[in-house]
Every structure is written in structure tokens, then in C-alpha cells.
Design a protein around this ligand. Structure first.
Ligand code: ACO
Ligand code: LMR
Length: 264
């Protein structure tokens, strides 16, 4: 009789025991031979399945468009300050990554959760936004520090264009746009931001691709896979900012006194 010793770890996404490593059962050689890209690798390691080309292309576009947004945003600022304090690559990178959260870059999962719940319950944009206001919660995926009604976020437009051309349905994204139309009637800066665009469009990808069951979609949204897209993407830019500061031999950063209001 075969007796199996109990294991301490269960793993289902990759296997390195054979002649070649496999991602979700797909060997490295097939990944190379089939000309897979990083979108395919994400599909295998995060979603444990191969997704259609338009889905992997969408994932890759999200990664490319979110890779960087200049030196002034929270993440890049932290990374630059850390690199200038003489710290190594990993320290500079993670100090930037640690700013990703509900206000900056990490609103994708909550945007997906709230847009999905509101759409599935048939709430009008008015009911949804006013309901959130009553609860004292800012609508995730709405609002931006520098983007405005008359200075829209090009990234959002590019993602929407791609999805309108390639996705079978963009119902969640259209709902997010209706929400934006309502929030813009309240204030000029309450645009659909890149987190809201990715959150709503990923719901459309999950629901429209026919690759996921309803419980699987609920689990993905509940666990919160989607902030991973921003974390992964922005790591590219943060690594670039680290190299940039080192190349420029920038000295220790000290914030100027003039820019602080010292008060009691
Ligand atoms: N929902 C409802 N009302 C909002 C929202 C929102 N998402 N954002 C701003 N407001 C309103 C509020 O009434 C706010 O007043 P309050 O301070 O009394 O709550 C008023 O607009 C002014 O807001 P500001 O604080 O000036 O907005 P700020 O420019 O500081 O915030 C931010 C920008 C953080 C993005 C904000 O809009 C927000 O929290 N959005 C939700 C989270 C989100 O989507 N973050 C991702 C941004 S995109 C990215 O980081 C890649
Ligand atoms: C970003 O991608 O970092 C931004 O949208 C945030 C910002 O303030 O520009």
C-alpha cells in the first residue's frame, strides 16, 4: 500500500521537477515555441489557463500603460528618495511599491468590486454614487490629482478603444463611464481614472471571454487579483527610476524647509 507523507505546502501553478519547468502544465519550450508573451505567462501563473490572444494583449497593454507616470507620483518619489539615500535596488523598488494602495494605483480591485456589485444589482449611477457618499466611501476608480474633464487620461481612452474593438461586451466599462458622467456633473476632477478603467474592463474580460465560471469570477474579484497588474507594471518604472538616480549620482535628498509649514 502506498503511504503518502503529509505535505506542508500545496502548490498548483508551476512545477520545476521535470526536465523543464512548467507554468500551469505548459512547458517552457512550448512557451518559447508558441511565441508566448508576458500576458500569456500572467494568464498561466495567475489564472491557471491560457487565455485568448485579445485577453493576453489587453493584459500586456495594461502593463505597458501603467509602467510609469513620471517622477512626481507617490511611488516614484519614494523610490527616488530611497535610491538617493544610497540604498540598493530592491530597497528602492519596494519603498516605491509600498505606496501602492487605496489612493494610488491600488484601487483596481475595489473599483471592480463596487462597479460589479452596483451593476449586478441594477443600481443607477445616481443611486450608486449617492449610496457611496452616504456610507462615506470615495468611489474607487474615480478621481485624479491632475486629470480633469478637459485634460482626460489618455491611458483610459486607449484601454477603452482596445476593448471596444476586441471585447465581445464592455457592459461594465459602459457602466463605469455612466458613473463618470454623473460624477463629472459634480466636480471636474472626478474622471474615471486608470484604476477604474482597468477594474471595470477586467470584469468585462472575465465575464465576456467565456473562460471563467461565475464562481471563478467572484473568487478573482473577492481575493483581489487586479491590483497585481499595477504592482507588476509600476515595478518596471520604479526600477528605471532607481537606475536613473544612480546614473545621475544624485546626492542624499533633503526636503527644503521653505516647503514645510512649521506651525503649532
Ligand atoms: N468619489 C467621490 N468623491 C470624490 C472622489 C471619489 N473617488 N475623489 C474625490 N472626491 C471628492 C470628495 O468630495 C473630495 O472631498 P473630501 O476631501 O471632502 O472627501 C473632493 O472630491 C476633493 O477631493 P480631493 O481630496 O481634492 O481629491 P484628491 O485630488 O486629493 O484625490 C484621489 C485624488 C486620491 C485619486 C481621489 O480622487 C480618490 O480617493 N479616488 C478614489 C481612489 C482611486 O481611484 N485612486 C486611484 C487613482 S489613479 C492612480 O493612482 C493610478
Ligand atoms: C499614476 O499612474 O501614477 C497616476 O495616475 C497617479 C498620478 O497622480 O499621476
Amino acid at each position: 500500500k502506498l503511504v503518502r507523507a503529509p505535505t506542508h505546502i500545496i502548490s498548483t501553478i508551476s512545477d520545476d521537477r521535470g526536465e523543464e519547468p512548467c507554468y500551469a502544465g505548459v512547458p517552457m519550450s512550448s512557451i518559447v515555441e508558441r511565441g508566448y508573451g508576458v500576458g500569456d505567462v500572467i494568464s498561466l501563473l495567475w489564472f491557471k489557463r491560457s487565455l485568448p490572444r485579445y485577453c493576453t494583449q489587453f493584459i500586456e497593454i495594461c502593463i505597458m500603460l501603467c509602467a510609469d507616470h513620471g517622477p512626481c507620483v507617490s511611488g516614484a518619489h519614494n523610490t527616488i528618495v530611497t535610491a538617493r539615500a544610497g540604498k540598493d535596488l530592491v530597497s528602492s523598488l519596494v519603498s516605491g511599491l509600498l505606496t501602492i494602495g487605496p489612493r494610488f494605483g491600488g484601487a483596481i480591485d475595489d473599483a471592480a468590486r463596487y462597479f460589479k456589485d452596483a451593476y449586478d444589482r441594477g443600481l443607477s449611477p445616481y443611486e450608486f454614487v449617492e449610496g457611496m457618499k452616504k456610507k462615506g466611501i470615495r468611489v474607487p476608480g474615480i478621481g485624479h490629482r491632475i486629470k480633469r474633464r478637459d485634460n482626460r487620461d489618455k491611458r483610459v481612452e486607449l484601454l477603452q478603444q482596445f476593448a471596444r474593438t476586441h471585447f465581445p461586451s464592455v457592459k461594465y466599462m459602459e457602466y463605469a463611464v455612466e458613473v463618470e458622467t454623473f460624477t463629472l456633473s459634480k466636480a471636474n476632477n472626478l474622471v474615471l481614472n486608470v484604476d477604474g478603467a482597468i477594474g471595470s474592463l477586467f470584469l468585462d474580460l472575465l465575464a465576456g471571454s467565456g473562460m471563467f465560471t461565475k464562481p471563478e469570477i467572484d473568487e478573482i474579484v473577492e481575493i483581489g487579483y487586479l491590483n497585481g497588474l499595477f504592482v507588476l507594471a509600476r515595478a518596471i518604472g520604479l526600477i528605471g527610476h532607481t537606475f536613473d538616480q544612480k546614473r545621475l549620482k544624485q546626492p542624499l535628498y533633503r526636503h527644503p524647509w521653505e516647503d514645510v509649514l512649521y506651525t503649532k
